[in-house]
Design a protein around this ligand. Structure first.
Ligand code: BES
Ligand code: MN
Ligand code: ZN
Length: 503
């Protein structure tokens, strides 16, 4: 799918379809007015008859509108002119793209960047239009023997901007959006793959492939035997029950200066989480193939960083393991020594994410990171707290937390901060080790983060709990690619584009 920007008059566009807004109640946008004038009131007469009211997401496809050079005009309802918010804007774009895909226009010129979205500039509007369009056209059919491709798929979407002087901004917005979209797609593909295909070795191979294809990237794989030797007892305790060997995957991107402290991303990569000996109920357990969504977001973000060639150093670490019950599996009550030297009583083998992450976090101390951000489908409790629209954010450093919250707002991929006050720490007390891996029912998302905070003493750290946002259940079951947009935005901001304060 190709995207472009141009600036021109709607009635003069030679295109299969042009897309213009209708506001509630039955009011044409500026582009709509122009077509109406050219066609001697044709659009106004249709509105008068009441075929489209202008409610958000309503559509009406018109053919052969008089005195235009396009085959079709798609009218799309955008609600009250002054009340359009960010998510409505994205939903409208999504509806437009789905309609174009179904109705056989293989290319189109879209005049929706002229809409007024509260507090957002043109760059934001073009960027989010491209991201929403890519997201809508995503289809995971790798594993279907017959693909049902659209008959006449949408191949090119051009966004019209008000003035020629806006073209440069529009092109930048497209470049950023394409990077985010490619990262999101990669994350979704990886996350959607089932556990029998996407296991730790598979993830390691994908990381090696990426390094081969990209000069500034270096991949190192640390296998389970080495991890054991090194003393990563918590990681090994999770992985040892599986026939699939665990891996710590390290991808180092050097886009910045040699001495620049890296931004480190650590992803939870449990390629399947049965719960281990503390086995999960079987209903819906298939969704635990998504338990490597954090790892996938790290892969996706690296993809975006490479595409944007950001002038910063980023290290992505994936803690990849499968959590299985077996004769070799960890038992509840087992005590293990983590890479940090702290001991953990594993009271529940289903609280495995924090165990692989804690050793990965100790491992990354060697990079002397500027900040460390871990991303994990960590707790069901976070889903109870925040539902499916907002990721949980916990941090030991306020400026980092605020930067991430702001990046999430800009990217339309929001997080909300939860506290990790000291008072919660005692829920992790153990009679037999330095701590237990279980904090009890109250504030489960917070106590999981409190556990991780004990391994983040040496750096600024933030934790994103994406248990509710990494995938959807039900009829639309599948990965979302979140929080690739948030993370990419954070890195874009860090790379200096923040000064422009726009997209
Ligand atoms: N991967 C799960 C968390 C999860 C559960 C994410 C459901 C999305 C939906 C994690 O490994 C887990 O099992 N967490 C336990 C922790 C508990 C045993 C302390 C949980 O949330 O129940
Ligand atoms: Mn678990
Ligand atoms: Zn898990």
């Amino acid at each position: 799918m190709e995207f472009d920007v141009k600036s021109g008059s709607p009635a003069k566009q030679r295109s299969a379809c042009i897309v213009v807004a209708v506001f509630e109640p039955r009011k044409l946008s500026a582009a709509g007015e122009e077509i109406d004038a050219a066609s001697a009131g044709y659009l106004a007469s249709i509105l008068r008859r009441g075929d489209i009211e202008g409610k958000p997401g309503q559509t009406l496809m018109l053919h052969s509108v008089p005195n235009t050079l396009c085959d079709r005009v798609l009218l799309v309802g955008c609600g009250k002119e002054r009340e359009l918010n960010e998510s409505q804007y994205r939903r409208i774009i999504s509806k437009v793209v789905a309609t174009l895909q179904e109705t056989g226009s293989m290319e189109a010129v879209c005049f929706l960047p002229e809409l007024n979205v509260k507090n957002r500039d043109l760059r934001w509007k073009v960027r989010h239009a491209v991201e929403a369009a890519s997201e809508t056209l995503y289809n995971f059919d790798q594993l279907k023997s017959k693909k049902d491709a659209a008959r006449r798929p949408l191949r090119k979407l051009v966004f019209n901007v008000p003035a020629r002087s806006d073209l440069a901004e529009g092109e930048k917005a497209i470049a950023e959006a394409l990077a985010v979209a490619e990262g999101v797609k990669f994350a979704r593909d990886l996350t959607n793959l089932p556990g029998n295909i996407c296991h730790p070795t598979y993830l390691a191979e994908r990381a090696q492939e990426m390094a081969k294809a990209n000069k500034p990237l270096k991949t190192t794989i640390i296998d389970e035997t080495e991890l054991k030797k090194m003393g990563a007892g918590a990681f090994v305790a999770v992985s040892q029950g599986s026939d699939q060997p665990g891996k710590l995957i390290v991808m180092e991107y050097s886009g910045g200066k040699n001495g620049d402290a890296p931004i480190v991303l650590v992803g939870k990569g449990i390629t399947f989480d049965t719960g281990g000996i503390s086995i999960k109920p079987s209903d819906g357990m298939d969704e635990m193939k998504f338990d490597m969504g954090g790892a996938a977001s790290v892969f996706g973000t690296m993809t975006a960083v490479l595409k944007l060639a950001l002038p910063i150093n980023v290290i992505a670490v994936v803690a990849a393991a499968e959590n299985m019950p077996s004769g070799k599996a960890t038992r509840p009550g087992d005590v293990v020594t983590t890479l940090s030297g702290q001991t953990v009583e594993i009271l529940n083998t289903d609280a495995e994410g924090r165990l692989v992450l804690c050793d990965a976090m100790t491992y990354v101390e060697r990079f002397d990171p500027d900040v460390v951000i871990d991303i994990a489908t960590l707790t069901g409790a976070c889903v109870i707290a925040l539902g499916h629209h907002t990721s949980g954010l916990m941090s030991n450093h306020n400026p980092l937390a605020n930067d991430l919250l702001e990046a999430g707002e800009t990217a339309g991929d929001r997080a909300w901060r939860l506290p990790i006050y000291d008072e919660y720490q005692e829920q992790l007390d153990s009679n037999f080790a330095d701590m237990s891996n279980l904090g009890g029912r109250p504030a489960g998302a917070i106590t999981a983060a409190c556990f991780l905070s004990r391994f983040a003493k040496k750096f600024h750290w933030a934790h994103l709990d994406i248990a509710g946002t990494a995938w959807k259940s039900g009829k639309a079951k599948g990965a979302t690619g979140r929080p690739v947009p948030l993370l990419t935005q954070y890195l874009l901001d860090r790379a200096g584009s923040k000064k422009r304060k726009s997209a």
